[in-house]
Design a protein around this ligand. Structure first.
Ligand code: DP6
Length: 328
């Protein structure tokens, strides 16, 4: 019988044998926003997706992480010490177990340049930064594909946070996921901006891992999702290559709303939208009807991200004074 390898076995295959740590390793990784979303897994343990997805990086918005050998595991985030049994620390050190030799304890300092829990895929930039920081600590020189696969084992969307610009996550077919990783598709368009509207900082009621599991298991609308991606992904990829902002924005907005439709139809329902979310979407539609080039996308949370060319910046800041703007 063919057995699927564990995350530890995959990591073992991808890492160099010599494993002597240096004094410390530091790295930065940008967050990413999916234009065509990843929603639903074909393998939970290896975080293998059912479909491909495509994202744009968030420039200076992301995670800077430093790792150094220490007497005991210790995590500091935004200057705050997290207890070893805190769920964030458990998840991060569980992931670092894949990358470190047994017995090596680590002190980790992590700084996000984005609000935590703002639905901004900060876990993606954290796991991508962790892989790069460990690479720096051990002096490895990993092939880009290995880096992306390793980050994917932490959080699926993290495999898209190792390159700047537009990144496509190839879903792959292999049971071991060695063909499932992110590839840089194109550099960012210089005029493209991504705005973040933080509408609610309340902790999400359902995380994305549980949200996608529940959707796959209980939502009849999820049956239509792979077909939606099969239509949107080539449209978005073509728009990226052609530099066609309106085609990109329209396909990305429709893709995001379709993803939310699948979750709303799950049971118990997953309704991330707050009244402010709906109001912001109506506002975007009104601005667009009035001629402003702007489209919306949303991840597993209540906050809305805006896609627009820099020429629309002043009008959007007038409409949304708190808009946080990233240059991919
Ligand atoms: C809605 O990558 O956070 O942001 O693989 O379970 O860690 P896990 O999930 P995660 O899911 C991201 C979902 C999304 C869409 C996307 O980024 O493509």
């Amino acid at each position: 019988m063919h057995t699927v390898p564990s995350p530890a076995q995959i990591a073992h295959r991808l890492l160099p044998a010599a494993r002597e740590p240096g004094r410390e390793g530091t790295a930065f990784a940008s967050a990413n926003i999916a234009l065509c979303k990843y929603w639903g897994k074909r393998d939970e343990a290896l975080k293998l997706p059912l479909t491909g997805s495509l994202s744009i990086s968030m420039g200076t918005l992301g995670t800077r992480m430093t790792v150094r050998p220490a007497a005991a595991d210790c995590l500091q985030m935004q200057g705050e010490v997290f207890a070893a049994d805190h769920k964030v620390a458990r998840r991060l050190f569980g992931f670092l177990d894949l990358l470190r030799p047994p017995g090596l304890c680590l002190e980790v300092e992590s700084e996000n340049t984005i609000p935590m829990g703002a639905g901004l895929a900060s876990s993606a930039s954290a796991f991508a930064a962790a892989v790069r920081a460990m690479e720096a600590l051990f002096g490895w020189d990993l092939p880009p594909r290995s880096r992306s696969i390793l980050a994917r084992l932490g959080s699926g969307s993290a495999c898209r946070s190792l390159e700047r610009g537009f990144v496509e996550w190839l879903p792959g077919e292999a049971a071991d996921g060695m063909d499932s990783y992110g590839v840089g598709l194109a550099p960012p368009w210089p005029e493209l901006r991504v705005g973040v509207l933080t509408l609610s900082e309340a902790e999400k009621p359902v995380g994305s891992t549980e949200g996608m599991r529940r959707t796959v298991e209980t939502s009849r609308l999820f049956d239509a999702w792979p077909a939606q991606v099969a239509r949107d992904l080539p449209r978005i990829r073509a728009a990226v290559m052609a530099g066609d902002f309106h085609a990109l924005g329209a396909a990305a907005e429709q893709n995001a709303l379709s993803m939310h439709a699948t979750m709303i139809a799950a049971w118990p329902p997953i309704l991330y939208w707050r009244p402010e979310t709906v109001a912001a979407l109506h506002r975007v539609h009104a601005l667009r009807a009035a001629g402003l080039p702007v489209y919306a996308t949303l991840d597993a949370g209540p906050n809305v991200k805006l896609l627009f060319p820099v020429s629309a910046r002043a009008d959007l800041l007038a409409a949304f004074p708190d808009l946080l703007i990233a240059t991919p």
